[in-house]
Design a protein around this ligand. Structure first.
Ligand SMILES: Cc1cc2nc3c(=O)[nH]c(=O)nc-3n(C[C@H](O)[C@H](O)[C@H](O)COP(=O)(O)O)c2cc1C
Length: 179
């Protein structure tokens, strides 16, 4: 069984990367685990042309297919996103938009194999949880249209730098137990 853990932040050594590392280590005994950073991939914005609604394919060819191959191969997918202006980072949102060929609201649409489970993890510097819940909602919405069942989530507040993550270790490991 394979797990994919995605750093949805462009920062490779920050708080999000720290959480990705913690999760990847915790589940490494159970899954062949691959962690990636959204910034490992180069892709353009969705043009909104809706060609994919008729063809199930994007008119653009870039690294979106590479990342979607990782989704195809994974049984468990964990998206870890920091709040950037009270939402998922733009780089990750741009990827989500480009996944429209796989979105189940139009026919035909591309598919990934069924039976995958997803987890949504959000963090932010501010103190209130509703902003994290908003990000978790965005990730759950994304999973839903790919028919990935979201089976767990975690929000973390008052986190800015990687040193701030340690206080959530027990909650992160408890989430990993469900994976
Ligand atoms: C461009 C930008 C926008 C941010 N906007 C918010 C915000 O709206 N609310 C918040 O609580 N934290 C915000 N933050 C703080 C990040 O959520 C926090 O520092 C997080 O730990 C960053 O993780 P990273 O360094 O792994 O990307 C923002 C950070 C950046 C860089």
């Amino acid at each position: 069984m394979n797990a994919l853990v995605i750093n949805c932040s462009p920062v490779r050594n920050g708080a999000t990367a720290e959480i990705v590392g913690m999760i990847s280590s915790a589940i490494a005994g159970k899954y062949d685990t691959k962690s990636v950073c959204i910034d490992d991939y180069t892709f353009s914005f969705c043009k909104g042309c809706r060609s994919c609604h008729k063809t199930a394919k994007c008119v653009q060819k870039d690294d979106v297919d590479l990342l979607m191959n990782e989704f195809e191969n994974a049984d468990v997918i964990v998206c870890v996103a920091p709040s950037y202006w009270a939402d998922i980072p733009g780089q990750f949102k741009a990827f989500v938009d480009r996944v429209t060929p796989w979105c189940n609201t139009h026919e035909p649409h591309a598919t990934i194999p069924s039976g995958k489970r997803g987890f949504a993890v959000a963090l932010r510097t501010g103190p209130n949880m509703p902003e994290c819940e908003r990000l978790i909602g965005s990730i759950e919405h994304f999973y839903g249209h790919l028919e990935i069942e979201c089976t767990g989530h975690l929000g973390m507040v008052s986190v800015e730098y990687k040193e701030d993550v340690e206080k959530y270790r027990d909650q992160i490991l408890a989430l990993c137990e469900k994976m």
